[in-house]
Design a protein around this ligand. Structure first.
Ligand SMILES: Nc1nc2c(ncn2[C@@H]2O[C@H](COP(=O)(O)OP(=O)(O)OP(=O)(O)O)[C@@H](O)[C@H]2O)c(=O)[nH]1
Ligand SMILES: [Mg+2]
Length: 264
């Protein structure tokens, strides 16, 4: 399971309360600079590996803040916990900011099981917590599970752990992807191979290959601006454009697909 959210949302505090990890916690953004891992033992139910990643901000997919590179840890987790600070002035905006950044990430995570967690409820009032939950329910996809917790007061944390483990176990059974035993014997779910892509620098530009992107590029009419614009959009959404820029491609650089070439 992996917890993500805006900086200061209470991710590391949650990890410290439910697992053996002792991450740094502080009342300012970007306390966590590299991911923290912990194991949560859930009496009578099992145990679960938990990852706490640095906070994401708007523009993370383009490298803002600490960027989205830590989201790669998401690729190995069955369940995502999106933590939202209930004391924020605009909870729905916070939620949307993070969801948009995750959407812009190179791997399609839309089908990954997700639980939304309101944090720090000891600092709020029950009716405000319930209002926040109602507002988020309108925005979140149907069927999303919601929890409200206070890590500091140990309120709701146990219930959240049990529910998360249940989803982890369901996903393990359901998801038809490779499952291997990791060193500590915790099952790890791998990224579906169809979403993977590679970028290779050649003499003429950059070659882009991958099951899904090949399908899109095969359907592209390379002589039609609109069709090429659509391909560019897909490249951006899959994170390929981001990778290309990091590798030194600039506007005008040739990007070579199986059946045609475009300029970045
Ligand atoms: N009152 C209260 N404060 C909390 C709770 N959870 C976290 N905090 C406080 O919120 C602040 C941020 O907590 P962190 O756990 O460091 O937040 P984070 O999401 O890991 O932040 P980054 O690593 O910067 O992304 C700290 O001052 C915590 O003490 C809670 O349940 N109740
Ligand atoms: Mg942290």
């Amino acid at each position: 399971m992996l917890g993500f959210g805006l900086p200061n949302a209470g991710k590391s505090t949650f990890l410290s309360v439910v697992s053996n990890a002792r991450p740094e916690i502080a009342d300012y953004p970007f306390t966590t600079l590299t991911p923290n891992l912990g194991v949560a033992d859930i009496p009578g139910a099992g145990s679960m590996l938990i990852a706490d990643i640095p906070g994401l901000i708007e523009g993370a997919a383009e490298g803002k803040g600490l960027g989205d590179e830590f989201l790669r840890h998401v690729e190995r987790t069955a369940v995502l916990l999106h933590l939202v600070d209930v004391t924020s002035n605009d909870i729905v905006a916070d939620y949307k900011t993070i969801e948009n950044e995750v959407k812009a990430y190179s791997v399609d995570l839309s089908s990954r099981a997700k639980i939304v967690v309101l944090t720090k409820i000891d600092l709020s009032l029950p009716e405000l917590v319930s209002d926040a939950e109602k507002a988020l329910k309108k925005t979140a996809p149907k069927g999303t599970q919601f929890f409200a917790i206070s890590s500091q007061a140990h309120q709701g944390t146990k219930e959240l752990l049990y529910a998360t483990l249940k989803v982890v176990q369901t996903e393990r059974a359901k998801v038809a992807v490779a499952v291997k035993e990791s060193e500590d014997a915790l099952p790890v779910i791998r990224l579906a191979s169809t979403d993977k892509w590679t970028v290779e620098k050649t003499e003429d530009g950059f070659k882009v290959l991958g099951h899904k992107i090949d399908k899109f590029s095969d359907r592209t009419d390379f002589s039609n601006d609109e069709s090429v614009a659509r391909l560019r959009d897909i490249m951006r959404k899959m994170g390929i454009t981001h990778k290309l820029s990091r590798m030194g491609a600039t506007s005008g650089t040739h990007i070579i697909f199986k059946k045609g070439t475009i300029e970045l």
